[in-house]
Ligand binder design. Structure first.
Ligand code: FAD
Length: 469
């Protein structure tokens, strides 16, 4: 055991590599251990088999959809749109490679040692790194677990990589099926429904809860459902998958309908998008007394576990399992270790975004949460059907809804569906960080024409001073 580090980060996803960079910037001797697992590698799930390649395919999908369905109307007449999904995949892999190479460069630039292998806590202040059957130990004052998560599934729906796949395989498909069932209509499920529908696949989206994107404002789920239906995506909500006959061709998927009856659905491929589970196995957690709760490593608001000098960040440390949350936790943990931390994690102002078309984004409280927190609530809703910028973008489905405190006008939450709302959520997030009120939102002359005006219009609506409604 030769090296002694100040920090060893286990996992180089958006949580781990950001933590390692920040720790090194603060003068801490830092190493980052990365096993390069099936879904990971430098950049983790996010850069390799998650956020980035999915968004690259969604851009290809938007182009395919717009050319085919809106091109002629917009004055660009495609002769015949031909789909080449492998080319779209190839482009997504090029982007991914560029970004993961960037992570390697940044770690090197900041003098973070990259230790290739599988890391685990071998005892107080010791991390074992296993690679190619060999194990070496490094000494460290602090360990940060950032081991992320992997795809989940149900019994009977085990992933076989061919007939039943997860997001990892979906992002690399070389041949598209005629019919696909997507189980789960959270963000990952609706994003894939968007992609494969745009590339001509007959998509059925199956969700056990009441609406698509069921953890969002219910109006958003309903609006997305309408929009998807117009595009030809079948949405089966309140519907559970029960059984899959993989041996028949096409396969037969038995679903339980909302009224309890059962239907046999034919499908060529099943894509499971039913969430992810944290990677906590073989990390030496139990042996070293690191507390795990509901499957996640338990942390406080400084990302500390119950053991001194042991931190956890990102998907392995609990909900919300989002890249930007992990990165933020990485910074908090690094600064805490260096003794310069000013702000603990706060989870009440985290943006949540689905990049399907139309996009979905929200931040802060829903009406129910605001009422539960004791606020007298006022809301303002601005539909995009007659919004200038939305019409010019040929994308007028959706709305922006603000939730505010009736007494002081404090902005409590915003829930949106529509063109480019993934970008609008930053304004709202910043407004909430600064405890802005509705009056302050409308005081700012938002650029015209822009989607951002829709936030201002919704704020005007909540103040009872609508201009464009
Ligand atoms: P990960 O990114 O999972 O990284 C963990 C890393 O640790 C991996 O590289 C793994 O190889 C490594 N590792 C694991 N165990 C060990 C070990 N013992 N030793 C060494 N290394 C180890 N989130 C968003 O915010 N926005 C999105 O648009 C978005 N889109 C997504 C789309 C898809 C299809 C999927 C699947 C996920 C998406 N996510 C999105 C979620 C996002 O990818 C995760 O929240 C994020 O990657 C979590 O970061 P992390 O660093 O905690 O873990």
């Amino acid at each position: 055991m030769s090296e002694t580090y100040d920090v060893v980060v286990v996992g180089a996803g958006p949580a781990g590599y950001v933590c390692a960079i920040r720790a090194a910037q603060l003068g801490l001797r830092t190493a980052c251990v990365e096993s390069g697992s099936y879904e990971g590698g430098l950049g983790g799930t996010c850069l390799n088999w998650g956020c980035i390649p999915a968004k690259a395919l969604l851009e290809s999908a938007a182009l395919a959809h717009n050319l085919r369905h809106h091109g002629a109307r917009m004055g660009v007449k495609p002769v015949e749109v031909e789909y080449d999904f492998p080319a779209a995949v190839k482009r997504s892999r090029i982007i991914t490679r560029k970004l993961t190479a960037g992570v390697k460069y940044l770690l090197g630039k900041n003098k973070v040692d990259i230790l290739q292998g599988r890391g685990r806590l071998a005892g107080a202040g010791r991390v074992a790194v296993e690679s190619d059957g060999e194990t070496r130990e490094v000494a460290t004052r602090n360990v940060v677990f950032a081991t992320g998560s992997v795809m989940n599934t149900f019994p009977g729906f085990e992933l076989d990589g061919e007939k039943v796949i997860g997001s990892r395989e979906a992002l690399g498909l070389q041949q598209l099926p005629a019919k696909m069932a997507i189980v789960g209509a959270g963000f990952v499920g609706v994003e894939f429904a968007d992609v494969f529908n745009a590339f001509g696949v007959d998509v059925t989206l199956i969700e056990a809860l009441d609406t698509l994107v069921p953890f969002e404002d219910p109006d958003i789920g309903k609006a997305l459902e309408r929009s998807f239906r117009k595009r030809g995506i079948r949405n089966l909500t309140n519907t559970r998958v029960k059984h899959l006959d993989r041996d028949s061709s096409p396969m037969v998927l038995t679903v339980v309908n909302p009224d309890g009856s059962e239907t046999a659905e034919e499908t060529d491929l099943v894509l499971m998008a039913v969430g992810r589970r944290p990677v906590t196995e073989n990390l030496g957690l139990e042996k070293n007394g690191v507390a795990v709760e509901d499957g996640f490593i338990r942390i406080d608001d400084w990302c500390r576990t119950n053991q001194p000098g042991v931190y956890a960040i990102g998907d392995v440390a609990g909900q919300p399992m989002l890249a930007h949350v992990g990165s933020h936790e990485g910074i908090v943990a690094a600064e805490h270790i260096a003794g310069v931390a000013k702000h603990p994690m706060t989870y009440g102002n985290i943006p949540s975004v689905g990049y399907c078309h139309p996009e979905v984004a929200s931040i802060g409280m829903s009406v129910a949460q605001a009422e539960e927190a004791g606020h007298e609530v006022v809301t303002g809703k601005y539909p995009l059907g007659a919004h200038g910028r939305a019409l010019t973008a040929e994308s007028a489905d959706g709305f922006v809804k603000v939730v505010a405190d009736a007494k002081y006008g404090e902005l409590l939450g915003v829930h949106m569906i529509g063109h480019n709302v993934s970008e609008l959520v930053a304004e709202v997030g910043m407004a909430r960080e600064l405890e802005a009120t509705l009056d302050e939102i409308v005081r700012h002359a938002h650029a015209h024409p822009s989607m951002a005006e829709a936030v201002m219009e919704a704020a005007f609506a909540a103040l009872g001073r609508s201009i464009h409604m």
